[in-house]
Design a protein around this ligand. Structure first.
Ligand SMILES: C[S@@+](CC[C@H](N)C(=O)[O-])C[C@H]1O[C@@H](n2cnc3c(N)ncnc32)[C@H](O)[C@@H]1O
Length: 218
């Protein structure tokens, strides 16, 4: 059996952040104005062309890291185009060479890509967010996606969202944020004997960490 030394998330927060709903509401009412960076515009154009060329339904794997989850999803959904999106060149360069033909890895910042995709009316069949950076200090709340100004775009994109985390509070906050948009979700533990979907999931498993997933209910 693999063993690991990955540390569990520790935080001064023992529950959802008290300012969470206030931030979610503020971002719901005010449009996020930050200009889109050129490299994200180009990445989005490439994504559009690839999706057009594929012609089938779409799955987004946001924050895909080294792309193991993109590969996993592409194998599970051979009729879909699976786009793995990550801002880290370093992580994307560590991808294994034999990516399935229905998988695509793109370097982009989600903060821009999600806004571009939402305003283009994209409706991917599924949206996966595996182990987003937790930013567990209470002062880092606004860096978590659900408390960030990009959240309205993320919500618009796909009602079929699955997010995984080793910090349950992250998912509870995401659940609260989604509920403010009328989207219901369930949080459940991830079975320890289910196949690991991503590099971080494998790492956390090896350290025997409890893991959770949030799934939206349509
Ligand atoms: C903890 S890692 C998880 C990686 C992968 N999902 C996994 O489970 O192995 C979080 C990933 O999100 C990416 N990320 C964080 N914020 C991002 C953003 N704004 N745009 C694109 N990628 C981002 C990081 O570069 C990193 O690869």
């Amino acid at each position: 059996m693999m063993t690991g030394n990955s540390r569990q998330v520790t935080s001064a927060q023992q529950d959802c952040h008290p300012e969470l709903l206030q931030l979610v509401e503020r971002h719901r009412k005010h449009q996020f104005q930050k200009p889109i960076a050129d490299f994200n515009q180009r990445a989005f154009q490439q994504a559009e062309q690839q999706w057009l060329a594929h012609g089938g339904p779409l799955i987004l794997d946001s924050g895909c890291g080294v792309g193991d989850s993109t590969r996993f999803l592409a194998e599970q959904h051979p009729d879909h185009l699976v786009m793995g999106l990550d801002r880290s060149v370093h992580r994307l360069q560590r991808q294994r060479p034999d990516l399935p033909a229905n998988a695509l890895l793109l370097r982009t910042d989600l903060v821009d890509f999600w806004r571009l995709a939402a305003s283009a009316g994209w409706q991917p069949d599924r949206h996966f967010l595996f182990y987003p950076n937790p930013y567990p200090k209470p002062s880092q709340l606004s860096r978590r996606f659900h408390a960030h100004p990009v959240f309205p775009a993320m919500v618009t994109l796909s009602k079929q969202l699955e997010a995984r985390s080793n910090w349950k509070i992250y998912l509870q906050e995401l659940q609260t944020g989604l509920a403010a948009y009328g989207i219901h979700s369930l949080i459940e533990p991830i079975e320890a004997d289910s196949p690991a979907v991503s590099a971080f999931e494998r790492k956390y498993r090896a350290s025997q960490q409890p893991l959770w997933k949030l799934i939206t209910q349509s």
